[in-house]
Design a protein around this ligand. Structure first.
Ligand code: ATP
Ligand code: MG
Length: 267
């Protein structure tokens, strides 16, 4: 279905494939134009992470799995980019964790709501909350369409997974007493800073890993989940991610400096 053919040997094939997915779903009305820009910002941070799941993200994924499994009313909040990249995985994760799936958009239009709902249903979702009149409740402190949530979903949830969220809304959900799990490539964003647990990783990699971890942890029982949460320090974990970027940048700068000594440039 992709509009251009990406050679398997291309050094950045994976990143290009993700771009193509987003462009396709942009054309179908699932992804907002601003979603494409948000993706670009994510790509820049992914480059800094080496385009792989870093060790602190794996720890945060474990904590996220534990908090989802111990939750009473977990909800997975889905926007256009998330649906475009991991619709099937979201449905699988919801099944394993008994979570509800809710469409929650920054740029809410009836057409986009329905396009995302359809995509999720095609991926196997039986019920999709937050669409049309169902999103009748409001998150306090937020203006306009951004505040609308489903009274059977995010409004009464104790744990909300928000892959790719905006900082204001993350903060508002935390203020409502909810535990918020964010997946955000930018460890400096307000979302990353405000969430209860932040997974600094690409949703395309993090959600499949979260499924795997949740399956394993489910077999080990709730006591194991509580232990993991007890020993997890969210702020320290976020600091580790930032430090890792710092170290990678230092190494990159050193290697460029070394090449100054070995390479000749004739201008
Ligand atoms: P904030 O509102 O939290 O301060 P922001 O305004 O810079 O952040 P938004 O556009 O509100 O950014 O949210 C998009 C966020 O999602 C960005 O931080 C971006 O880096 C991140 N992002 C984009 N694509 C991905 C992806 N595929 N996986 C994970 N994170 C992503
Ligand atoms: Mg924002």
């Amino acid at each position: 279905m992709t509009s251009i053919k990406i050679p398997k040997t291309h050094p950045r094939a994976e990143s290009l494939k993700i771009r193509e997915k987003l462009i396709e779903h942009f054309k179908e009305g699932v992804v907002a134009s601003a979603g494409l820009i948000a993706h670009g910002s994510g790509e820049a941070f992914d480059y800094l992470l080496g385009e792989k799941t870093i060790a602190p993200a794996l720890k945060a994924i474990e904590a996220a799995a534990a908090i989802l499994l111990t939750a009473e009313k977990p909800v997975i909040s889905v926007n256009g980019n998330t649906a475009a990249l991991v619709a099937e995985e979201i449905v699988e994760l919801a099944k394993i964790t008994n979570a509800k799936i809710e469409v929650n958009l920054f740029y809410r239009t009836p057409e986009r709501e329905i396009a995302i709902k359809k995509l999720l249903e095609k991926a196997g979702a039986k019920e999709v909350l937050g669409v049309g009149k169902r999103a009748s409740a409001k998150i306090p402190e937020l203006g306009s369409e951004r505040r609308r949530v489903d009274p059977r979903g995010i409004l009464i949830a104790d744990v909300v997974l928000v892959p790719l969220e905006d900082g204001d809304r993350t903060e508002a959900l935390v203020k409502m007493g909810k535990k918020v799990i964010a997946v955000d490539l930018n460890p400096l964003s307000r979302t990353a800073q405000k969430a209860t647990i932040t997974i600094v990783d690409n949703v395309a990699r993090a959600i499949p890993k979260l499924i795997e971890t949740t399956k394993n942890l489910k077999m080990q029982g709730l006591e194991k989940c509580r232990k993991i949460l007890h020993s997890f320090n969210s702020k320290r974990n976020l600091a580790e991610s930032i430090n890792l970027i710092k170290e990678r940048l230092s190494k990159a700068a050193k290697s460029v400096e070394l090449s100054v000594e070995t390479e000749n440039f004739d201008f």
